[in-house]
Design a protein around this ligand. Structure first.
Ligand SMILES: *Cc1c(COP(=O)(O)O)cnc(C)c1O
Length: 337
Protein backbone atom coordinates (compact mmCIF):
# COMPACT_ATOMS: atom_id res chain seq x y z
CA UNK A 1 0.00 0.00 0.00
CA UNK A 2 2.43 2.54 -1.25
CA UNK A 3 0.49 5.63 -2.30
CA UNK A 4 3.61 7.65 -3.11
CA UNK A 5 3.90 5.55 -6.29
CA UNK A 6 1.01 7.54 -7.77
CA UNK A 7 1.32 11.08 -9.13
CA UNK A 8 -0.15 13.64 -6.74
CA UNK A 9 -0.20 17.37 -6.15
CA UNK A 10 0.00 18.31 -2.47
CA UNK A 11 -2.52 21.07 -1.89
CA UNK A 12 -4.77 19.69 0.85
CA UNK A 13 -4.50 20.81 4.46
CA UNK A 14 -3.71 17.45 6.02
CA UNK A 15 -4.17 15.77 8.37
CA UNK A 16 -7.67 17.09 8.99
CA UNK A 17 -8.65 17.28 12.67
CA UNK A 18 -10.40 14.43 14.48
CA UNK A 19 -12.53 16.07 17.17
CA UNK A 20 -15.08 14.97 19.79
CA UNK A 21 -18.64 16.32 19.43
CA UNK A 22 -19.51 16.55 23.12
CA UNK A 23 -22.80 18.41 22.93
CA UNK A 24 -24.20 16.36 20.07
CA UNK A 25 -23.05 13.15 21.83
CA UNK A 26 -24.93 14.23 24.94
CA UNK A 27 -28.06 15.08 22.96
CA UNK A 28 -28.07 11.69 21.21
CA UNK A 29 -26.65 9.41 23.91
CA UNK A 30 -23.87 8.05 21.64
CA UNK A 31 -20.16 8.95 21.66
CA UNK A 32 -19.71 10.89 18.44
CA UNK A 33 -16.49 12.19 16.88
CA UNK A 34 -16.02 14.12 13.68
CA UNK A 35 -13.30 13.87 11.04
CA UNK A 36 -13.08 17.38 9.63
CA UNK A 37 -12.76 16.82 5.89
CA UNK A 38 -14.74 20.02 5.51
CA UNK A 39 -11.38 21.62 6.41
CA UNK A 40 -9.24 20.15 3.61
CA UNK A 41 -8.58 23.57 2.08
CA UNK A 42 -9.05 24.69 -1.57
CA UNK A 43 -12.03 27.03 -1.84
CA UNK A 44 -13.75 26.25 1.50
CA UNK A 45 -12.69 22.58 1.49
CA UNK A 46 -14.59 19.32 1.27
CA UNK A 47 -14.05 15.72 0.26
CA UNK A 48 -13.18 16.42 -3.39
CA UNK A 49 -9.84 17.96 -2.35
CA UNK A 50 -8.33 14.58 -1.45
CA UNK A 51 -9.48 13.02 -4.74
CA UNK A 52 -8.35 15.98 -6.83
CA UNK A 53 -4.81 15.75 -5.45
CA UNK A 54 -4.43 12.44 -7.31
CA UNK A 55 -6.56 13.41 -10.34
CA UNK A 56 -4.62 16.63 -10.96
CA UNK A 57 -1.38 14.74 -10.31
CA UNK A 58 -2.32 12.45 -13.19
CA UNK A 59 -3.50 15.36 -15.37
CA UNK A 60 -0.17 17.12 -15.00
CA UNK A 61 1.78 13.90 -15.54
CA UNK A 62 -0.12 13.52 -18.84
CA UNK A 63 0.70 17.09 -19.89
CA UNK A 64 -2.87 18.43 -19.76
CA UNK A 65 -3.43 22.17 -20.20
CA UNK A 66 -7.10 22.05 -19.25
CA UNK A 67 -9.53 19.93 -17.27
CA UNK A 68 -13.20 19.30 -17.75
CA UNK A 69 -15.73 17.90 -15.33
CA UNK A 70 -19.47 17.78 -14.68
CA UNK A 71 -21.95 17.92 -11.82
CA UNK A 72 -25.19 19.39 -10.53
CA UNK A 73 -25.66 23.17 -10.54
CA UNK A 74 -24.53 23.47 -6.91
CA UNK A 75 -21.73 20.93 -7.33
CA UNK A 76 -19.03 21.10 -4.66
CA UNK A 77 -16.85 18.93 -6.88
CA UNK A 78 -17.05 21.51 -9.69
CA UNK A 79 -16.08 24.33 -7.33
CA UNK A 80 -13.08 22.46 -5.93
CA UNK A 81 -11.97 21.39 -9.42
CA UNK A 82 -12.09 25.05 -10.51
CA UNK A 83 -9.92 26.01 -7.52
CA UNK A 84 -7.30 23.33 -8.30
CA UNK A 85 -7.19 24.40 -11.96
CA UNK A 86 -6.67 28.01 -10.86
CA UNK A 87 -3.86 27.11 -8.46
CA UNK A 88 -2.12 24.90 -11.03
CA UNK A 89 -2.60 27.23 -14.00
CA UNK A 90 -4.84 24.91 -16.04
CA UNK A 91 -7.98 25.84 -17.94
CA UNK A 92 -11.27 24.54 -16.53
CA UNK A 93 -14.62 23.96 -18.17
CA UNK A 94 -17.58 22.60 -16.21
CA UNK A 95 -20.81 21.07 -17.48
CA UNK A 96 -23.63 21.64 -15.01
CA UNK A 97 -26.81 19.56 -15.03
CA UNK A 98 -30.06 20.98 -13.69
CA UNK A 99 -31.06 18.12 -11.39
CA UNK A 100 -33.56 20.08 -9.26
CA UNK A 101 -35.52 22.37 -11.59
CA UNK A 102 -35.08 25.30 -9.17
CA UNK A 103 -35.51 28.75 -10.75
CA UNK A 104 -34.25 30.44 -7.61
CA UNK A 105 -31.58 33.07 -8.34
CA UNK A 106 -29.28 32.07 -5.48
CA UNK A 107 -29.47 28.42 -6.45
CA UNK A 108 -28.47 29.21 -10.02
CA UNK A 109 -25.90 31.95 -9.44
CA UNK A 110 -24.70 32.04 -5.82
CA UNK A 111 -22.89 29.47 -3.64
CA UNK A 112 -20.77 27.06 -5.65
CA UNK A 113 -21.68 28.66 -9.01
CA UNK A 114 -20.31 32.02 -7.90
CA UNK A 115 -17.11 30.34 -6.72
CA UNK A 116 -16.71 28.34 -9.99
CA UNK A 117 -16.71 31.64 -11.85
CA UNK A 118 -14.47 33.45 -9.35
CA UNK A 119 -11.85 30.74 -9.88
CA UNK A 120 -11.97 31.46 -13.62
CA UNK A 121 -13.81 28.35 -14.79
CA UNK A 122 -16.33 28.48 -17.63
CA UNK A 123 -19.66 26.72 -17.13
CA UNK A 124 -22.31 25.33 -19.44
CA UNK A 125 -25.85 24.32 -18.38
CA UNK A 126 -27.80 21.21 -19.40
CA UNK A 127 -31.34 20.09 -18.57
CA UNK A 128 -31.82 17.27 -16.06
CA UNK A 129 -31.58 13.68 -17.27
CA UNK A 130 -29.10 14.54 -20.04
CA UNK A 131 -26.33 12.05 -20.80
CA UNK A 132 -23.62 14.14 -19.20
CA UNK A 133 -20.85 11.63 -19.89
CA UNK A 134 -21.53 11.91 -23.64
CA UNK A 135 -21.81 15.69 -23.43
CA UNK A 136 -18.48 15.92 -21.66
CA UNK A 137 -16.81 13.71 -24.26
CA UNK A 138 -18.21 15.92 -27.03
CA UNK A 139 -16.99 19.08 -25.31
CA UNK A 140 -13.57 17.52 -24.71
CA UNK A 141 -13.29 16.54 -28.40
CA UNK A 142 -14.17 20.10 -29.44
CA UNK A 143 -11.42 21.51 -27.21
CA UNK A 144 -8.95 18.88 -28.44
CA UNK A 145 -9.74 19.93 -32.01
CA UNK A 146 -8.64 23.45 -30.96
CA UNK A 147 -5.29 21.98 -29.86
CA UNK A 148 -5.94 21.63 -26.12
CA UNK A 149 -4.71 18.70 -24.10
CA UNK A 150 -7.85 17.95 -22.08
CA UNK A 151 -7.97 15.80 -18.95
CA UNK A 152 -11.53 14.65 -18.24
CA UNK A 153 -12.48 14.18 -14.59
CA UNK A 154 -15.61 12.09 -14.02
CA UNK A 155 -18.50 13.48 -11.94
CA UNK A 156 -17.54 13.62 -8.27
CA UNK A 157 -13.96 12.68 -9.17
CA UNK A 158 -15.04 9.09 -8.55
CA UNK A 159 -12.74 6.67 -10.33
CA UNK A 160 -9.87 4.55 -8.95
CA UNK A 161 -7.45 7.48 -9.20
CA UNK A 162 -9.71 9.81 -7.20
CA UNK A 163 -10.56 7.09 -4.69
CA UNK A 164 -6.86 6.90 -3.74
CA UNK A 165 -7.46 10.14 -1.83
CA UNK A 166 -9.83 8.28 0.49
CA UNK A 167 -7.55 5.27 0.82
CA UNK A 168 -5.15 7.84 2.20
CA UNK A 169 -7.87 9.23 4.49
CA UNK A 170 -8.41 5.73 5.93
CA UNK A 171 -4.66 5.56 6.74
CA UNK A 172 -4.77 9.03 8.24
CA UNK A 173 -7.84 8.41 10.41
CA UNK A 174 -6.58 5.08 11.70
CA UNK A 175 -3.20 6.64 12.49
CA UNK A 176 -4.90 9.41 14.49
CA UNK A 177 -7.06 6.91 16.36
CA UNK A 178 -4.10 4.63 17.11
CA UNK A 179 -1.97 7.53 18.38
CA UNK A 180 -4.71 8.54 20.81
CA UNK A 181 -5.69 5.04 21.86
CA UNK A 182 -9.14 5.66 20.43
CA UNK A 183 -10.95 2.54 19.27
CA UNK A 184 -13.29 3.39 16.40
CA UNK A 185 -16.40 1.22 16.13
CA UNK A 186 -17.85 2.76 12.96
CA UNK A 187 -17.43 5.50 10.39
CA UNK A 188 -20.54 7.17 8.95
CA UNK A 189 -20.62 9.61 6.03
CA UNK A 190 -22.71 10.85 3.10
CA UNK A 191 -22.21 8.85 -0.09
CA UNK A 192 -23.00 9.98 -3.64
CA UNK A 193 -20.82 9.21 -6.67
CA UNK A 194 -19.14 6.58 -4.44
CA UNK A 195 -15.43 7.49 -4.50
CA UNK A 196 -15.28 8.50 -0.86
CA UNK A 197 -16.75 5.28 0.49
CA UNK A 198 -14.92 3.09 -2.05
CA UNK A 199 -11.57 4.60 -1.05
CA UNK A 200 -12.28 4.42 2.68
CA UNK A 201 -13.47 0.82 2.55
CA UNK A 202 -10.51 -0.21 0.41
CA UNK A 203 -8.07 1.44 2.81
CA UNK A 204 -9.68 0.00 5.95
CA UNK A 205 -9.93 -3.51 4.44
CA UNK A 206 -6.39 -3.46 3.07
CA UNK A 207 -5.14 -2.59 6.57
CA UNK A 208 -7.38 -5.28 8.05
CA UNK A 209 -8.65 -2.63 10.49
CA UNK A 210 -12.09 -4.08 11.18
CA UNK A 211 -13.64 -0.59 11.01
CA UNK A 212 -17.07 -0.77 9.34
CA UNK A 213 -18.14 2.12 7.12
CA UNK A 214 -21.78 3.12 6.66
CA UNK A 215 -22.52 5.30 3.64
CA UNK A 216 -25.72 7.33 3.92
CA UNK A 217 -27.19 7.73 0.44
CA UNK A 218 -27.98 11.05 -1.24
CA UNK A 219 -29.27 9.90 -4.62
CA UNK A 220 -29.50 6.26 -5.68
CA UNK A 221 -31.49 3.40 -4.13
CA UNK A 222 -29.60 0.99 -1.88
CA UNK A 223 -28.80 -1.89 -4.29
CA UNK A 224 -27.44 0.49 -6.93
CA UNK A 225 -25.51 2.58 -4.40
CA UNK A 226 -23.85 -0.43 -2.80
CA UNK A 227 -23.02 -1.94 -6.20
CA UNK A 228 -21.43 1.34 -7.38
CA UNK A 229 -19.29 1.54 -4.24
CA UNK A 230 -18.32 -2.13 -4.41
CA UNK A 231 -17.37 -1.97 -8.12
CA UNK A 232 -15.19 1.08 -7.55
CA UNK A 233 -13.64 -0.39 -4.40
CA UNK A 234 -12.64 -3.52 -6.36
CA UNK A 235 -11.02 -1.41 -9.08
CA UNK A 236 -9.28 0.72 -6.47
CA UNK A 237 -7.92 -2.39 -4.72
CA UNK A 238 -6.63 -3.65 -8.10
CA UNK A 239 -4.89 -0.32 -8.72
CA UNK A 240 -3.28 -0.54 -5.28
CA UNK A 241 -2.05 -4.06 -5.89
CA UNK A 242 -4.32 -5.76 -3.36
CA UNK A 243 -7.05 -7.34 -5.53
CA UNK A 244 -9.87 -8.99 -3.61
CA UNK A 245 -9.20 -6.96 -0.44
CA UNK A 246 -12.82 -5.75 -0.34
CA UNK A 247 -15.68 -8.23 0.04
CA UNK A 248 -19.23 -7.40 -1.00
CA UNK A 249 -20.37 -7.48 2.64
CA UNK A 250 -17.85 -4.76 3.53
CA UNK A 251 -19.97 -2.28 1.57
CA UNK A 252 -22.97 -0.94 3.46
CA UNK A 253 -25.26 1.90 2.43
CA UNK A 254 -28.45 3.16 4.02
CA UNK A 255 -30.53 5.14 1.52
CA UNK A 256 -33.51 5.91 3.78
CA UNK A 257 -32.61 9.61 4.05
CA UNK A 258 -32.53 10.66 0.35
CA UNK A 259 -36.05 12.14 0.54
CA UNK A 260 -37.65 13.16 -2.76
CA UNK A 261 -34.40 13.11 -4.67
CA UNK A 262 -30.91 14.39 -5.26
CA UNK A 263 -30.38 18.00 -4.25
CA UNK A 264 -33.85 18.35 -2.73
CA UNK A 265 -33.63 19.30 0.97
CA UNK A 266 -35.38 17.09 3.54
CA UNK A 267 -36.89 17.96 6.91
CA UNK A 268 -34.50 15.60 8.70
CA UNK A 269 -31.57 17.15 6.82
CA UNK A 270 -32.61 20.66 7.84
CA UNK A 271 -32.90 19.47 11.44
CA UNK A 272 -29.38 18.00 11.17
CA UNK A 273 -28.02 21.30 9.85
CA UNK A 274 -29.58 23.14 12.78
CA UNK A 275 -28.33 20.61 15.36
CA UNK A 276 -24.73 20.64 14.10
CA UNK A 277 -24.76 24.43 13.79
CA UNK A 278 -26.36 25.08 17.20
CA UNK A 279 -24.65 22.34 19.24
CA UNK A 280 -21.22 22.10 17.61
CA UNK A 281 -20.71 25.30 15.60
CA UNK A 282 -20.26 23.16 12.48
CA UNK A 283 -21.85 23.85 9.08
CA UNK A 284 -23.36 21.07 6.97
CA UNK A 285 -24.89 21.34 3.48
CA UNK A 286 -28.41 20.33 2.42
CA UNK A 287 -27.40 18.10 -0.52
CA UNK A 288 -24.91 15.73 1.11
CA UNK A 289 -23.57 16.15 4.61
CA UNK A 290 -26.99 17.04 6.08
CA UNK A 291 -28.54 13.86 4.70
CA UNK A 292 -25.55 11.89 6.01
CA UNK A 293 -25.97 13.53 9.40
CA UNK A 294 -29.74 12.95 9.32
CA UNK A 295 -28.98 9.24 9.01
CA UNK A 296 -26.44 9.45 11.83
CA UNK A 297 -28.93 11.23 14.11
CA UNK A 298 -31.90 8.98 13.33
CA UNK A 299 -29.91 5.75 13.69
CA UNK A 300 -28.40 7.04 16.95
CA UNK A 301 -31.87 7.84 18.28
CA UNK A 302 -33.06 4.37 17.32
CA UNK A 303 -30.24 2.66 19.20
CA UNK A 304 -28.36 1.38 16.13
CA UNK A 305 -25.03 2.58 17.61
CA UNK A 306 -25.61 1.36 21.18
CA UNK A 307 -22.32 1.47 23.09
CA UNK A 308 -20.32 2.45 20.00
CA UNK A 309 -17.82 5.21 19.36
CA UNK A 310 -18.86 6.58 15.96
CA UNK A 311 -16.84 8.90 13.72
CA UNK A 312 -18.84 11.09 11.34
CA UNK A 313 -16.71 11.96 8.32
CA UNK A 314 -17.68 15.52 7.42
CA UNK A 315 -17.44 15.69 3.63
CA UNK A 316 -17.91 19.48 3.41
CA UNK A 317 -20.32 21.41 1.19
CA UNK A 318 -21.04 24.51 3.28
CA UNK A 319 -20.62 26.80 0.24
CA UNK A 320 -23.84 25.24 -1.05
CA UNK A 321 -25.78 26.79 1.86
CA UNK A 322 -25.73 30.12 0.02
CA UNK A 323 -27.45 28.52 -2.94
CA UNK A 324 -30.09 27.01 -0.65
CA UNK A 325 -30.92 29.92 1.66
CA UNK A 326 -34.60 29.53 0.68
CA UNK A 327 -34.68 26.21 2.55
CA UNK A 328 -34.25 27.92 5.93
CA UNK A 329 -36.81 29.91 7.85
CA UNK A 330 -34.85 32.02 10.33
CA UNK A 331 -37.13 35.02 10.80
CA UNK A 332 -37.58 34.08 14.49
CA UNK A 333 -33.89 34.89 15.13
CA UNK A 334 -34.59 38.63 14.83
CA UNK A 335 -35.59 39.84 18.25
CA UNK A 336 -36.05 43.13 20.09
CA UNK A 337 -34.75 43.03 23.63
C1 LIG B 1 -19.44 14.81 -3.41
C2 LIG B 1 -19.86 14.94 -2.00
C3 LIG B 1 -20.20 13.81 -1.22
C4 LIG B 1 -20.27 12.43 -1.80
O1 LIG B 1 -19.01 11.87 -2.00
P1 LIG B 1 -18.83 10.77 -3.14
O2 LIG B 1 -17.41 10.46 -3.14
O3 LIG B 1 -19.31 11.43 -4.41
O4 LIG B 1 -19.68 9.61 -2.80
C5 LIG B 1 -20.52 13.99 0.10
N1 LIG B 1 -20.54 15.22 0.65
C6 LIG B 1 -20.23 16.32 -0.04
C7 LIG B 1 -20.31 17.63 0.63
C8 LIG B 1 -19.88 16.23 -1.40
O5 LIG B 1 -19.60 17.34 -2.09
Amino acid sequence: MHLARFPRVHLAHLPTPLEPMDRLSEALGVELWIKRDDCTGMSTGGNKTRKLEFLFGEAIAQGADMVMTQGATQSNHARQTAAFAAKLGLGCHILLEDRTGYNNANYNHNGNVLLDHLHGATTEKFPGGHNMVDEMEKAAQAKRAEGHKVYVIPGGGSNPTGALGYVNCAFELLGQANDRGLKIDRVVHATGSSGTQAGLVTGFCAMNSGVPVLGVGTRAAQPKQEQMVFDLACKTADKLGCPGAVKREDVMANTDYVGEGYGLPTESGIEAIRMFAELEGILLDPVYSAKGAAGLIDLARNGAFEGERVVFLHTGGSAGLFGYDFAFDHADRWVNI
